[in-house]
Each structure stands twice: as C-alpha cells, then as structure tokens.
Design a protein around this ligand. Structure first.
Ligand code: NDP
Length: 241
C-alpha cells in the first residue's frame, strides 16, 4: 500500500520541493501551510498535491488537521516537520514576541505535529519523522538567538525521540540545511548575501531546495532504516559538525 507523507510548510520553498520529491518517489503527499492561500492554490494546481491549512504553533489545530489528513489520505507514515519562520534581531533589541513566535512555530510546532501522530506510528510499528533544523541551530548565528535556540532544540528533540522510537520501527532524524535560495533567504538584502553570506560557503553558492528534498527522500525510504537520531548537514561545507 502507498505510504502517506505529511509535510508542514509544504507549499513553498524547501517544503514544496520536499512535497514534490516525495510524490515523485511514490508517496501520497499532504502539504500543510499557515496562511498563504494563493501560494497553496498555485502549488496544488501545478503539482496535484492536496494542501491543508493550519498553524503548527496551535496544538489543537494540529490534532484536527492531522485527523482530516488521515481521514482523507490514510495514516501518516512519514512526517516532515519543515514549517519555520524567522523573526531576526540582535538580542538587545529582540522582543518577547519575536522570541515566542519563533519558539512556538519552529520548536513547539515540532512537538505539536509529532505528538498526535506518534501513537499511530507506534501501533503500526513503522514511522519516519524528519525534522528540518538549520546550520544556525548547530553553530549559532548573531541576530538569531530565537531561531538558533529553536533549531538546536529540534536537534535535541530528534536525538531523544530517536531512542524512544527505535524499537517501534520509527526513525527520527534531522536535516540541517545551510543557506538555501528560498524566499526566506532572498529576503536578506542582496549586499549581505553576496558580501557576507556566500563567501562563507566553500561551495560558493546557495543550495537548492531540491538538494534538501533528496535527503528527505532518502531518510523516508526503507534504505534508511538503520539511520536514526542522526543529523544530515547539506550546507555547502559551511560548517562541519
Ligand atoms: P519559506 O518561508 O520559503 O516557507 C515556509 C513555509 O512554512 C510556508 O509554506 C509557510 O506557509 C509555512 N509556515 C510558516 N509558519 C507556519 C505555521 N505556523 N504553520 C504551518 N506552516 C507554516 O521557508 P523555507 O523553505 O526557506 O524554510 C523551510 C524550513 O527550512 C524552515 O524550517 C527553515 O527554518 C528551514 N531552513 C531554511 C533555510 C534556508 O536557507 N531557506 C536554511 C536552514 C533551514 P505559508 O505559505 O502559508 O506562509
């Protein structure tokens, strides 16, 4: 039977590439998003992938959204926790709102999505949880105390849960992308990108969303059954962990 994959933030950027790659690999795919209906409608028109709107920051909305996906497409076998935001600012200027929004989405969102799905994966003795963290969760980044904390938290979550899931046939892994050419990164001023960021990347360019998607397809596959609790770092050589 075809396995079902749910990708949070699966309608734009890296998540869209992940949704498309998983569909191409034969999975039934559901792509969640938060509010950009126009992008979601365009994504469905182009790919045929169903989209589902709720915020991963809201636990009850996650429970309801997951129930809808499972009723329509079947139990979620593969969960890709990709949804993420930035609210950058140097720490002395960072507001509590900037802190909370990023923690609620990028860290609590991973709990909110994984928790309602976990029991079903345990019962079925199969699951793949793939968390999209970041190079900035590994190395820390000035101006991103909130983001770096949340993304480092995702790695700790991955390592703890991998130990709980292993005997139940569930693998839990993290991917820590470097700078990828999505809207999130294109929002950085071009001067900063060209003069400060790209020179830090030995490969000499931004990554492509598809380069992250290919890592996800591998982690979702049966071939990756012995890999759990790990962190894959597609970052162009920017940081070795
Ligand atoms: P984009 O901003 O291009 O897309 C973000 C996606 O997440 C959108 O689909 C958006 O939905 C969705 N989203 C945002 N908030 C929520 C929420 N509360 N609930 C549900 N969905 C939400 O991001 P990227 O593709 O650049 O990033 C994807 C992931 O990869 C993030 O976790 C990011 O931190 C991580 N990452 C990105 C890097 C990069 O260089 N781009 C580098 C390292 C990590 P909507 O369209 O409705 O707004």
């Amino acid at each position: 039977m075809t396995r079902t994959a749910l990708v949070t933030g699966g309608t734009r950027g890296i998540g869209a590439a992940i949704s498309v790659a998983l569909k191409g690999a034969g999975y039934t795919v559901a792509a969640n998003y938060a509010g950009n209906d126009e992008a979601a409608a365009k994504f469905t028109a182009e790919t045929g992938i169903k989209t589902y709107k709720w915020s991963v920051a809201d636990y009850d909305a996650c429970v309801a959204g997951i129930a809808k996906v499972e009723a329509e497409l079947g139990p979620v076998d593969i969960l890709v926790n990709n949804a993420g935001i930035t609210r950058d600012g140097m720490f002395h200027k960072m507001t509590r709102e900037q802190w909370s929004e990023v923690i609620d989405t990028n860290l609590s969102g991973v709990f909110n999505m994984t928790h309602p799905i976990w029991g079903g994966m345990r019962d079925r003795k199969f699951g793949r949880v793939i968390n999209i963290s970041s190079v900035n969760g590994q190395k820390g980044q000035a101006g991103q105390a909130n983001y770096s904390a949340a993304k480092a938290g995702d790695i700790g979550f991955t390592r703890a849960l991998a130990q709980e899931g292993a005997r139940a046939g569930i693998t839990v892994n993290a991917i820590c992308p470097g700078y990828i050419g999505t809207e999130m990164v294109r929002a950085i001023p071009e001067k900063v990108l060209n003069e400060r960021i790209i020179p830090q990347i030995p490969v000499g360019r931004l990554g492509e969303p598809e380069e992250i998607a290919r890592c996800v397809v591998f982690l979702a596959s049966d071939d990756a059954g012995f890999m759990t609790g790990s962190t894959i770092s597609p970052n162009g050589g920017q940081f070795f962990s």
